[in-house]
Design a protein around this ligand. Structure first.
Ligand code: ADP
Ligand code: MG
Length: 713
């Protein structure tokens, strides 16, 4: 073993490769997760925890439900299956009956087991031939002193390709050891005591190697509190800084403009859309920047509302400073307020572009798009039109609009985030004198307290109504025994003129995923869907190729679109009304609901089949998915069943991300942190008290650059 050279003080900036048990090769891989230093590793928080207590009795096991059992290895057997795959089977005798653990295609695992060893295995068992079987379970070898497994709660970390759980666990543990005694505490002692927060080092330890379920909660509470407390202070500091120029362009929407904009749409607005447009119009008519969150379930027509607001901005001339009259563009037209809509994906940006072009055909309102895959020359030209003010409406991905565009007269920003969150685009986009109005759209129901905590003060509008004629998607669970009948049904519907999706699961990170997408496509094209025209779209394709396939599907040149979850967000092809989701178990509930939303677009009732591997056993997520089409109810269920969706999506190095689930679970902490931050800010807006030095430093480190707080320090 090599000890660190004596002249090197332990530091949070120490590279992971210097730690015992990490090594250069592993450290290299860990960079794929953004883990370079000790600080990165201790701040790499688990995604979830598995019960590793071994406390489950065989009689209490339920199919598909996570459990852990403790026992002694009584038999280790390996064989080669008919398919040629290696199978390792380990029998474990527990206090009451035995279970089996199996591994496929992992012959090296055999070396790790011997008769007489005591182990805990954890996973989701299946009942097979009279025995409970755990496929590829997590294992904890009892009696071994491997610290990674010393806790009854096993941390499960976010991974990247080629990085294994155990490697992350070991790196985190090594980093925790290295960092002991040197992690600075943000909070003064009296605050820790008053708020009953775990001190930083204890909290880090409990987050990674929990001593109990309660301590996981206590540790999480500390970090949630800290994160929101700091964010609130940062937002306040930012606002204080900006106070002088917190004005927004005036965009008065009178009845005539309102009617003119609505007349452009091929449908009448729903009462909910009308109400929300009214709320937005009132905001736009005030000199204070709008900061509004629009929530609405999948398909409720958020885009139409966004376009309404953008057209209002783009119809309104920019008033010349001081004097009456308008600012003129060179060609003698008045400069108008520009509006931008940022989409989370390129596919969605292109779709918004198509919608806008359709709506604005023949009006002379210039729409420009900023997406990947454009040539440097195209990009230059677009940026030029944006900078000169000729582009009235700009559509693009968040990365490109925030990263490259300089606007002449940005009046309104729409952030179409679906269910992902980002906090600070508004601050980033603020260019020049006025601050643009901001509208954030999401399909996730976020309680107001939490929305406030994350976005600062904002108003919330809700589209609580679907466009007329919408019917809930008829959703079926399709087990192995139903599959033939399902495909018959699917084909019949296609033959009758519907267009359909087949969704295949894949994270699209690896070659293996691409291969499995390709083979899924092949087996559909040569199997159940032989008679139809198929197209394939996945996230690794070039944007142009994707767009071409989407267009073919939209136009009807393709009957069935085989797709990964790239179609999850917002894709809108009203003629597509039937969907098959393969391996539905591998999707989260929110994701399933988003996917299903793709076939709930027209007047024809959508149909969705969720194909699962088990026939009749209960499956909490799939059963909930089949039982209700209410997105808000599902979101709640989802939180209860699962954990995170990325909430504060600006993961910067050294900063643990916050998860929506945490915030919802810890709703009271959220409100508390906000209240405390506001109170502190009232007392000491510049955080001048000595005991707050460390806190201030951390805030500047974390938000200083994004929020332009540098000058405050
Ligand atoms: P989401 O809220 O999920 O973003 P979209 O804005 O994409 O929903 O709208 C879903 C579909 O409903 C689109 O095809 C859109 O054209 C249509 N739509 C929106 N509003 C109405 C309406 N008032 N009447 C009829 N169809 C509408
Ligand atoms: Mg949408």
């Amino acid at each position: 073993m090599t000890a660190p050279p004596a002249d090197r003080e332990p530091s949070l900036g120490t590279p992971l490769e210097r730690l015992v048990g990490v090594g250069t090769a592993r450290a290299e891989r860990l960079t794929r997760l953004g883990l370079v230093t000790v600080r990165d590793a201790v701040m790499h928080f688990p995604r979830e925890y598995r019960d590793f207590s071994g406390a489950h009795a065989v009689a209490d096991l339920r199919a598909g439900e996570h459990a852990s059992v403790a026992g002694e290895v009584v038999d280790v057997g390996a064989k080669t299956l008919f398919s040629g795959r290696h199978m390792l089977s380990v029998r474990i005798a527990t206090a009451a009956g035995s279970v089996r653990a199996v591994w496929f295609g992992m012959p090296f695992m055999a070396k790790r087991f011997a008769k007489g060893m005591r182990v805990v295995i954890a996973g989701q068992p299946r009942h097979k031939a009279g025995v409970w079987e755990f496929a590829h379970p997590d294992v904890r070898w009892l009696g071994e002193t491997e610290e990674a497994h010393a806790s009854d709660w096993l941390a499960v970390y976010p991974l990247a390709e080629g990085v294994q759980q155990t490697h992350v666990r070991m790196a985190v543990l090594a980093a925790l050891g290295h960092a002991a005694g040197i992690v600075p505490e943000a909070f003064p002692p009296d605050m820790l005591a008053a708020k009953e927060l775990l001190p930083i080092e204890r909290a880090l330890r409990e987050i990674h190697v929990p001593s109990s379920r309660e301590m996981i909660d206590a540790a999480r509470r500390r970090f949630v509190y800290q994160e929101l407390f700091m964010l609130q202070l940062a937002l306040r500091m930012h606002r204080r800084h900006q106070q002088v120029r917190r004005t927004a362009p005036l965009v008065p929407v009178d009845a005539r403009l309102d009617a003119r904009i609505r007349a452009r749409f091929p449908f009448a607005f729903t009462p909910a859309q009308r109400r929300v447009c009214g709320e937005i119009a009132a905001d736009l008519g005030r000199a204070e920047p709008m900061n509004r969150l629009l929530q609405g379930d999948v398909g409720s027509g958020k885009t139409a509302v966004a376009i309404y607001a953008m057209l209002a901005a783009a119809a309104t001339p920019v008033a010349a400073a001081g004097a009456a009259g308008a600012v003129m563009l060179e060609e003698g037209r008045p400069l108008r307020h520009q509006a931008a809509i940022m989409a989370p994906t390129e596919l969605l940006a292109r779709q918004h572009m198509a919608t806008l072009e359709r709506l604005l055909a023949g009006t002379g309102t210039e729409v420009q798009m900023l997406v990947g895959g454009q040539t440097a020359r195209q990009r230059e030209a677009v940026l030029g039109r944006i900078a000169s003010g000729q582009a009235a409406i700009v559509v693009g991905t968040q990365a490109l609009i925030c990263g490259t565009a300089r606007f002449k007269s940005l009046g309104l920003v729409v952030i179409d985030e679906q269910h992902r969150f980002g906090v600070l685009q508004r601050a980033v986009l603020q260019q020049g004198e006025a601050e643009p109005h901001t509208l954030v759209m999401t399909a996730t129901p976020i309680p107001r307290t939490i929305a406030h905590a994350v976005y600062g003060d904002l108003d919330v509008s809700v589209l609580d109504e679907q466009p007329p004629g919408r019917q809930p998607v008829a959703t079926y669970r399709v087990g192995p025994g139903d599959l033939d009948r399902w495909w018959d049904f699917f084909r019949k519907k296609l033959a009758a003129g519907r267009r359909g999706y087949v969704v295949v699961p894949a994270v699209e990170e690896s070659k293996r995923d691409l291969a499995s997408i390709a083979s899924a496509y092949e087996s559909l094209a040569n199997g159940p869907l032989e008679a139809f025209r198929l197209g394939l779209v996945h996230g690794r394709m070039k944007a142009k190729e994707k767009a071409a396939v989407m267009e073919a599907f939209r136009s009807g040149a393709i009957d069935v679109l085989v797709a990964t979850s790239v179609i999850e967000v917002g894709i809108d092809v009203p003629q597509a009304t039937i969907m098959t989701i393969l391996d539905a178990e591998s999707f989260g509930l929110a994701q399933l609901h988003q996917l299903r939303g793709r076939v709930a677009r027209g007047a024809t009732q959508g149909i969705c089949g969720a194909v699962v591997a088990v026939q009749d056993e209960p499956h909490p997520r799939i059963d909930a998915f089949v039982a209700t089409t209410d997105g808000f109810a599902l979101a709640e269920r989802d939180l209860a069943l699962r954990g995170p969706g990325d909430l504060v999506g600006t993961r910067q190095s050294g900063v643990p991300p916050l998860y929506l689930a945490d915030l919802l679970r810890d709703g009271s902490v959220v409100a508390e942190a906000r209240g405390d931050a506001l109170a502190l800010f009232d007392r000491d807006p510049e955080l001048t008290d000595d005991s707050l030095l460390r806190l201030k430093e951390l805030i500047l480190m974390r938000w200083g650059e994004t929020l332009g707080l540098g000058q405050i320090g």
